[in-house]
Design a protein around this ligand. Structure first.
Ligand code: ZN
Ligand code: ZN
Length: 144
């Protein structure tokens, strides 16, 4: 159900404002355990701020436009974050560097979500070494 249907007795201006408020709230809300929380929340708050600032400057007739714009920016931010997440090592969080030719460098190790450095670290590690790459079951992942 859209905001409009839910509050059918409200004026359309009030509904437009309601919709903008909802998107602003969404903009400044991220799970606290999101990996780069600080950086992402800053970016999203920045987008929300410029949408609200422009909406205030341009008056009530343009609320819908700013709501759509902000919604669009949030979708783009989400997609960027997912792409970053896919392109870095899941253990050390370093971005993969396909140009890094070192056997223990930052290139991706085969088709795995790990970098070569972390995988090499498993091989080099002493008897006490365990991590989520070489012993995934211990870390709540799927054994391989
Ligand atoms: Zn790594
Ligand atoms: Zn390991």
């Amino acid at each position: 159900m859209s905001a409009g249907e839910q509050y059918s007795s409200a004026s359309s201006e009030a509904r437009d404002l309601w919709a903008l408020l909802s998107v602003v709230l969404e903009a400044v809300t991220l799970p606290y355990d999101a990996y780069d929380y600080d950086e992402r929340i800053r970016e999203r708050a920045g987008e929300a701020k410029s949408a609200v600032r422009d909406a205030i400057n341009q008056g009530p007739d343009r609320l819908g436009w700013h709501t759509d714009w902000l919604r669009h920016r949030l979708t783009a931010e989400q997609a960027d974050a997912q792409a970053r997440e896919k392109n870095r090592c899941r253990r050390c969080r370093t971005p993969f560097d396909p140009a890094d030719g070192r056997f223990d460098g930052n290139a991706r190790h085969r088709e795995t979500p790990w970098c070569r450095g972390c995988v090499d670290n498993c091989h080099e590690g002493g008897a006490e070494h365990v991590c989520k790459i070489c012993d995934p079951a211990r870390y709540g992942g799927e054994p391989r």
